[in-house]
Design a protein around this ligand. Structure first.
Ligand code: SAM
Ligand code: GLN
Length: 284
């Protein structure tokens, strides 16, 4: 079978299964198995996958049709142009979170000395590692309550050459840190923020694969913010920055929580779809 009809066949199967971007996912699975970049799939009209490659592609497409996330199937994902290892049991990074990273990169560019950054709930490590990389940081601390996440994040830091820059801590929120230590210049967090009763409404890839603890923000979705804002205030230097990813409808409430917690100059940043996605503020 030639490549174009293979791509179309896979696309149809994924489309029928309700996968959101069937063509892209078909191309990504095929390029993964053939070990060629996706953009090169259409360059060589004579490219013909071997029998065992077609079988492997079909096995992966079948899994994807059963709504296993693409990143779990191929074992990697790209975030800020960097490749990360992904494993079942750890939150799969989202493209929206790149807005959070870009916001911090822009805010830190004018600084004369290298800021010390804390990433709370680091998951696979994408935020901490891409910041270390993009800002050429000398010190980042990343925490998560999940030992599985910290193990994967540590591997990702080593793979991406920042293993000696990022220090990982397994712990519940910021319980580990001495209150009042005022150590960090920037605190960043993509917390669990989905309302508990809305989790069952999410796509199967999210509902069945992201750990509940990674997305469950309690009855109002704001439980984690409520807990960590005072903790952040006690480990962040005066004038230091806090940046959160938020749900599209949470900007007003989280802004108020920040202002009540001793933060000011709070700004809201939108994602590519035009929804409120990031909040940044300064410790007064
Ligand atoms: N930072 C990663 C990203 O953006 O892809 C992961 C974000 S995920 C939405 C939230 C993360 O917070 C999960 O990795 C979860 O394990 C972690 N988490 C949940 N509750 C926590 C707690 N009490 N203390 C520390 N981390 C927690
Ligand atoms: N963006 C995720 C979702 O709705 C939620 C991430 C989070 O809770 N931080 O699928």
């Amino acid at each position: 079978m030639d490549l174009t009809s293979l791509i179309t066949r896979c696309e149809t199967k994924l489309g029928e299964a309700g996968v959101a971007s069937p063509r892209v996912d078909a191309e990504l699975i095929i390029s993964h198995v053939l070990k060629i970049p996706r953009r090169e799939l259409y360059l060589d009209p004579h490219l013909k996958p071997g029998k065992s490659q077609v079988e492997e592609i079909e096995r992966m497409v079948d899994r994807r049709a059963r709504r296993v996330p693409l990143q779990v199937i191929v074992g990697t994902c790209e975030f800020m142009g960097i490749e990360f290892k992904i494993e079942k049991g750890v939150f799969i990074p989202r493209p929206e979170t790149e807005v959070l990273v870009e916001t911090i990169v822009e805010a830190c560019k004018p600084l004369r000395s290298s800021p010390v950054i804390l990433d709370i709930g680091t998951g696979s490590g994408v935020i901490a590692i891409s910041l270390a990389h993009l800002l050429r940081l000398s010190r980042v601390v990343a925490t998560d309550i999940s030992p599985l996440a910290v193990k994967l994040a540590r591997e990702n830091a080593i793979i991406n050459g920042v293993g000696d820059v990022v220090t990982f801590v397994i712990g519940d929120a910021l319980e580990f840190f001495k209150p009042g230590s005022e150590f960090f210049d920037v605190c960043v967090c993509n917390p669990p923020y989905v309302r508990s009763d809305e989790i069952r409404l999410l796509e199967p890839e999210v509902r069945d694969y992201d750990p509940v603890i990674a997305i469950d923000g309690g009855g109002d979705g704001l439980r984690f913010f409520d807990r960590i804002i005072p903790q952040i205030a006690s480990v962040l230097k005066r004038g230091g920055l806090v940046a959160f990813e938020i749900g599209f409808d949470q900007a007003q409430e989280v802004k108020m929580m920040l202002e009540e917690g001793g933060f000011g100059e709070v700004s809201v940043i939108k994602d590519l779809a035009g929804r409120n996605r990031v909040l940044m503020g300064k410790r007064l």
